[in-house]
Every structure is written in structure tokens, then in C-alpha cells.
Design a protein around this ligand. Structure first.
Ligand SMILES: C[S@@+](CC[C@H](N)C(=O)[O-])C[C@H]1O[C@@H](n2cnc3c(N)ncnc32)[C@H](O)[C@@H]1O
Length: 230
């Protein structure tokens, strides 16, 4: 750990959780190696390209998921299917990828679906055409288990917190939750809540600068009145 470590949590390199001017790793440090070129095969309208995750992040996510024992995975926010295509392609085993998005037809003209069909990945998804705050409790009630969640749906603070809350309930021990858009205050606030209050999760250092990743390392053992300000 050198002088680049976050002063609070001591994670080195990027530490979006504590909002310090932690040095951001360059892309060359973030990527291990790139496998298939999925990104360039996706149809994403130029006028709305920034809605999807960018190519360097997509490739980072491919690498990340390919290195964990991901079986059943989850994603809130499908849009053009960019993150979904990379998560599904990277998976080690033949589980399913649940995607939740209420706007695939109405706002995205089903382009996300068409991208997955084109890449022959569409049979791997379970699509929930609704808001995550409705779909996730239903999944919990149904006893679903996940190994990895990518949260990129609504970016309102309380929606992100709810996405985390329900995803955490379904996550296997050792599983990961990845938040998109680490630059957003709402995302950072949720991450600060987790660092301060959820000792069953640990923050993963040295991730891509636009994501915040936590690993589940135990069960939630808090007393009924536990609360740490964040
Ligand atoms: C930034 S885009 C996701 C981009 C996508 N991950 C990709 O790489 O192409 C955000 C998506 O979240 C969806 N969304 C908004 N509110 C939502 C909610 N409450 N539950 C689930 N999805 C939601 C939007 O319809 C939109 O498709």
C-alpha cells in the first residue's frame, strides 16, 4: 500500500466510496486481456451510446465475471444489452442471467433483445419486464439464488439501495454485487452505507473506475438497533 491508498479504508488506487481524489487507474491497468470482441458486434444507436456501459468497462466486466464462479447472475437495467452480452459470454457454467427492465420495448425498441439474438445469447436470459423494486422481492420470495449482480437500473438513491437490499438476500456467500456509475453521488452514498453498516460485505479494491464492487463474506448479524452513520 503506497501513498495512493484511500485515507479511510486503505484500499489503494480508485476509491469512489470515500469520494477522495484517489488516483484513477488507467485502462491499461484495469484490463487483464480481452477475449472475444463482443462490443463491436452490438447495435447501439450513436445518439444514445452513453446509455450503455462503454467498451472498456464492458471488457473489464467480461474479465471480472470470467474469473468468478458465476452460475446464476442478475442485472437491473438492460437497455441495449451491452452489459448483459458481456456477462453472459463470460459465464463459466450454464446458469441463467435474469434481466429486469420495464422499458425494453417502449424506450429501446427491443434492441437489447435483438443484440442478444444476434450473438446467440438470448436463450440464456430470463427477462422481467417490470421495475426492479417489484421483480426483486418476487425473486426473493421464490427462493432464487444468485452469484453475481450488476446494478444499473434506476439511479435514484432509494432504488439503488433497494436493488442492493434484495440482491444481497439472494447472493451466495462469496458472490459479488457490482454497481455501475461510481461517479454518481447516489451510488457512492449506497456504497458508503454498505461500508459502514454491512460487515457481511467487503469492498473490492482496484476495480474499474466506473464501478464499485462488493463481495459477500458472511451473514448479516446486526442487532435490531444497529446503525452506523455514513
Ligand atoms: C443506463 S441504462 C442500462 C444500460 C445497460 N446496462 C447496457 O449496458 O446497455 C438504465 C436502464 O435502467 C432501466 N430502468 C430504469 N428504472 C428501472 C427500474 N426501476 N428497474 C429496472 N430497470 C430500470 C432503464 O429502462 C434503462 O434501460
Amino acid at each position: 500500500m503506497g501513498s495512493t491508498a484511500c485515507e479511510i479504508c486503505k484500499h489503494d488506487l480508485a476509491c469512489p466510496v470515500h469520494e477522495r481524489a484517489c488516483p484513477q487507474p488507467s485502462n491499461s491497468q484495469e484490463l487483464v486481456h480481452i477475449k472475444p470482441n463482443i462490443y463491436d458486434q452490438l447495435d447501439i444507436p450513436e445518439s444514445d451510446r452513453l446509455t450503455s456501459i462503454r467498451k472498456d468497462q464492458a471488457e473489464y466486466m467480461y474479465e471480472f465475471v470470467s474469473q468468478i464462479p458465476a452460475y446464476n447472475t442478475l442485472e437491473t437495467g438492460f437497455a441495449y444489452g451491452c452489459s448483459a452480452a458481456h456477462i453472459i459470454s463470460a459465464k463459466h457454467k450454464n446458469g441463467f442471467h435474469t434481466v429486469i427492465d420495464p422499458n425494453q420495448e417502449s424506450k429501446y425498441n427491443n434492441i437489447g433483445f435483438r443484440n442478444l439474438v444476434k450473438l446467440r445469447l438470448a436463450t440464456k436470459i430470463i427477462f422481467r419486464n417490470t421495475y426492479s423494486y417489484l421483480a426483486l422481492p418476487d425473486m426473493v420470495a421464490g427462493g432464487q439464488i444468485i452469484d453475481f449482480a450488476f446494478l444499473d437500473g434506476s439511479h435514484l438513491f432509494e432504488d439503488i439501495l433497494l436493488d442492493f437490499y434484495y440482491s444481497a438476500m439472494m447472493l451466495t456467500n462469496g458472490g459479488y454485487i457490482m454497481f455501475d456509475d461510481a461517479w454518481m453521488k447516489s451510488v457512492v452514498k449506497v456504497a458508503q452505507y454498505i461500508v459502514a453498516n454491512r460487515k457481511d460485505f467487503t469492498l473490492i479494491p482496484r476495480t474499474h473506475h466506473n464501478v464499485i464492487v462488493f463481495q459477500k463474506i458472511g451473514s448479516d448479524e446486526r442487532e435490531w438497533n444497529h446503525f452506523e452513520p455514513f
